[in-house]
Ligand binder design. Structure first.
Ligand SMILES: CC(=O)SCCNC(=O)CCNC(=O)[C@H](O)C(C)(C)COP(=O)(O)OP(=O)(O)OC[C@H]1O[C@@H](n2cnc3c(N)ncnc32)[C@H](O)[C@@H]1OP(=O)(O)O
Ligand SMILES: O=CC(=O)O
Ligand SMILES: [Mg+2]
Length: 545
């Protein structure tokens, strides 16, 4: 906690509160005002014990899976699944979400995304942001200014040429803003209350709501959030309790805060009705967070030799277990009147190679076509250049603002479909590719950059986690071989790691180049460890800032 400097704050309530904050970064004083800090302290004191209980429940459940148990639909909530209920009506701003752009929260990205022509913009504090204190404060400040309509940015001058200036389009032409706070598992180490770090989720969500709820109300909106990495109905209930509290404390209308929940863990797919029900006064939809979902499948089945997945590139949405997940999500959402959002194709535009670009765009097109045909109400893009492509496909196949009327009663998904093993192989390129992605992503993240292009694929915390957990599982499963017959063992890993610095040597301008050796050391330790680390970002966070 070297970065924490302020020891005690007098928040004006008579008794100085015990809150410690990260070293000052520009703009912090306008965000972390005494009133905002008092609000955050209130959130922490009220909800931290419940958060810790939920994290303990996750560990307990994983012990059951490690002992051979399988996730399944819950007997104790059968009445919720069988019941005839609907989520609350959706606000006008969230009726048509056919194309949503996502991205990190730096000012340029925020302006570009809001101006992009997408229906919605998910400003991401999670998978695509490395949570340095500077990134968080800069991001919160950018969002506050964006909501106020004052956000501007000028790129630094280069070679005597003035930097490009960025400004927001008029409000009516902007994408609808949604914010994704970090997940329940993460602490915010730069804010300690009563001597303990506060929840990163409560920090991100609380600070955004505190500063922007009033302004959003004047636009007939509310704070809209994406909630990541939930594992159970109880976690959704905890979020609902938090949001009820936030609405009361900020004098909002009950249900004004809207959320979309990412179904991106394997345990959660068995509780989608229950999650919708727990949040039914405020939930707008569920989203197929496919990358974290695959990561979660690997993590849940870390000890299940019969469920080892093939290499990352072969785990596409047409694998039966992923198709079942997406179709059950659509059926569940539409039955309850909620949106069923699609997810992210990882391909981004390739400049300077038309043929390669066309191949990449064909993959994105096929993915979006699959989504709209299956019944999704909208999709995600990682890059503004993909918006016209996604829009064209959804416009053509979805003439209505959404397709919640498509009930998909033909879908019959049972437990076995959702946990079905996948066919495929592990190639040398797939193994070495995982090593490279882990090292390069980790190095960039440690350097403060949470989303980078690697071999023309968008890589963020979720995609990198697949690579990391696959390596661990492959190396800890006896008798696995590459498709060329080579045994998968630590010698293979060592060879890939040793070769990496020279392979990357001519790319010393790579994001995070200076931290490559540190990343190699971390990956080596993480893969050798007897226990699979829950999240890459937990040990990495200790090294951030
Ligand atoms: C698994 C999940 O959680 S998915 C959700 C989380 N992941 C994401 O949101 C991915 C977001 N995407 C990105 O961060 C970026 O697109 C990257 C890192 C993949 C590629 O970024 P770059 O290398 O900068 O792309 P590129 O150089 O082609 O960008 C061209 C322009 O588009 C802008 N741009 C690129 N992606 C985005 C975006 N998602 N939102 C807004 N603007 C963007 C760039 O800022 C740049 O703007 P400029 O011309 O004004 O300078
Ligand atoms: O957050 C999205 C994902 O795919 O993970
Ligand atoms: Mg995710």
């Amino acid at each position: 906690m070297s970065a924490v400097v302020s020891r005690v704050q007098d928040l004006g309530g008579g008794t100085p509160e015990r809150i410690e904050l990260g070293a000052h970064v520009p703009g912090q004083e306008q965000l972390l005002t005494p009133a905002a800090l008092a609000f955050l302290i209130g959130l922490h004191r009220r909800f931290e014990p419940a958060r810790q209980a939920r994290l303990a429940a996750r560990r307990e459940r994983q012990r059951f899976f490690d002992a051979g148990g399988l996730p399944d639909f819950r007997a104790d909530t059968a009445a919720i699944r069988a019941g005839d209920w609907q989520v609350a009506p959706l606000p006008a701003a969230l009726l048509d979400r056919r194309v949503e752009i996502t991205g990190p929260v730096d000012p340029k990205m925020v302006i570009n995304a809001l101006n992009s022509g997408a229906n919605c913009f998910m400003a991401d504090f999670e998978d695509s942001t490395a949570p340095t204190w500077g990134n968080l404060i800069t991001g919160q400040r950018a969002l506050k200014q964006a909501v106020a309509g004052t956000l501007e940015f000028t790129a630094p001058a280069a070679n005597g040429t003035p930097g490009k200036h960025y400004a927001l389009k008029p409000f009516a032409q902007q994408a609808v803003l949604m914010v994704r706070p970090r997940g329940w598992h993460l602490d915010e180490k730069h804010v300690r209350v009563d001597g303990a770090p506060m929840s990163a989720s409560l920090f991100d969500l609380g600070l955004f709501a505190f500063h922007n709820a009033g302004a959003l109300t004047t636009f007939d909106r509310g704070p809209y959030f994406y909630l990541p990495k939930l594992q159970s109905m109880e976690e959704a209930q905890l979020w609902n309790d938090v949001l009820d509290h936030v609405e009361q404390a900020l004098h909002l209308t009950p249900g004004q805060i809207k959320v979309t929940v990412l179904i991106e863990t394997l345990p959660a797919v068995f509780e989608m009705d229950e999650i919708l029900h727990a949040l039914r006064t405020r939930i707008a939809g569920l989203n197929c967070g496919r990358w974290d979902y695959v990561f979660s499948y690997i993590k849940t089945f870390r000890k299940h030799r019969d469920k080892v997945l093939p290499e990352r590139g072969q785990v596409t949405m047409t694998q039966p277990f992923l198709r079942a997940y997406s179709e059950l999500l659509i059926q569940t959402c539409h039955r309850r009147g909620a949106h069923a959002m699609g997810g992210m194709a990882a391909q981004i535009p390739i400049s300077g190679d038309d043929a390669a670009n066309e191949t990449a765009m064909a993959k994105v097109r096929a993915d979006k076509l699959r989504e709209v045909t299956a019944g999704h109400d909208g999709t995600w893009v990682a890059h503004p250049a993909l918006i016209p492509l996604a829009r064209e496909i959804f416009d053509e196949r979805m003439p209505t603002p959404n397709q919640r009327h498509v009930l998909r009663e033909d879908v019959l998904v049972v437990q076995a479909d959702l946990i079905k093993p996948s066919l495929g192989t592990i190639t040398r390129a797939g193994f070495e590719g995982n090593v490279e992605v882990c090292v390069r992503y980790l190095a960039a993240w440690l350097d403060g950059n949470g989303c980078v292009p690697i071999h023309w694929l968008m890589e963020d915390a979720a995609t990198a986690e697949i690579a990391r957990t696959q390596l661990w599982q492959w190396l800890h499963s006896d008798g696995l071989h590459l498709d060329d017959g080579t045994q998968v063992d630590f010698a293979l890993l060592e060879r890939a790691l040793i070769g990496l610095p020279s392979k990357l040597a001519d790319r010393m301008k790579l994001p995070g180049a200076s931290r490559i050796n540190e990343a190699i050391g971390m990956l080596d330790r993480l893969t050798h460890a007897d226990d699979l680390a829950e999240f890459l970002t937990l040990p990495a966070y200790a090294r951030l800032d």
